[in-house]
Design a protein around this ligand. Structure first.
Ligand code: URA
Ligand code: SF4
Length: 226
């Protein structure tokens, strides 16, 4: 890390996310850059390198029970990013997000709005499976979320769709109910962010499918606009 970067980091209190950004820029061979807005070339390659770098992460207790670290999947240049809660059993086995029962419904949700899995980027708040699919704990989220911020920073989508209350609360840093978060757009680092039902909730509550459909239509209107 060069001296200019070291000085900047010490001034900003050695912020972990910023530090990652600089590592990333070094990794992508960029020498001269402005701190905030940098277009990253070869995003796919960078994301693959980072996934390899983090795959044995032991920053939180979920590392003790996981089989696979689930970084994310999809288009590194995606305009839209979907963020779930954490890997389930199938995801933990395969190392790919949204491939189990909730994943099947998620695929249908995408189809309903004419999107292909290959077009979008899909990831989760925590990258390792919480035992018995319990909600991730606050300290697990805190340990893991820098990876997500970094992914968002690399991909820079135009829209983000958070799936479920845990994803919404973690990104918006609140404890609001899903009902009060859905149906509108938030500004998240200049990205339009909306929150909707988690697909696994829709598996059990078919009465939520209609409002979920309204959310998806709202998402598509925005996606086509930006
Ligand atoms: N549920 C999630 O939140 N994420 C997945 O990847 C699978 C199920
Ligand atoms: Fe690391 Fe995140 Fe897995 Fe915890 S959940 S061990 S922070 S990758």
């Amino acid at each position: 890390m060069n001296n200019q970067v070291k000085r900047y980091l010490s001034k900003t209190g050695n912020n972990e996310i910023l530090e990652r950004r600089f590592e990333l820029l070094e990794l992508s061979g960029i020498k001269n850059f402005f701190i905030d807005r940098v277009e990253i070339p070869d995003k796919g390659e960078i994301l693959s390198k980072l996934a390899l770098k983090y795959k044995d992460c032991k920053k939180c207790g979920l590392s003790n029970t996981r089989h696979n670290f689930v970084y994310g999947q999809g288009n590194p240049d995606a305009d839209i990013m979907f963020i779930g809660e954490g890997p389930g059993e199938q995801e933990d086995r395969q190392g790919i997000p949204f491939v189990g029962a909730a994943g099947q419904l998620f695929n249908k949700m995408l189809k309903a709005i004419s999107l292909e899995r290959e077009e979008v980027y899909i990831t989760n708040i925590v990258k390792c499976r919480p035992p018995k699919n319990r909600n991730p704990l606050p300290d697990e989220i805190e340990s893991c979320i820098p990876y997500l911020y970094e992914q968002i920073w690399i991909i820079r989508p135009k829209t983000i769709c958070a799936l479920g209350k845990v994803a919404g609360n973690s990104l918006l840093n609140n404890n609001d109910t899903l009902g009060s978060m859905r149906g509108k757009f938030y500004n998240f680092q200049d990205i339009k962010l909306m929150v909707t039902y988690h697909p696994s909730a829709l598996l059990y509550h078919i009465e939520w499918k209609r409002p979920a459909w309204e959310d998806l239509k709202m998402l598509m209107r925005e996606y086509r606009k930006v």
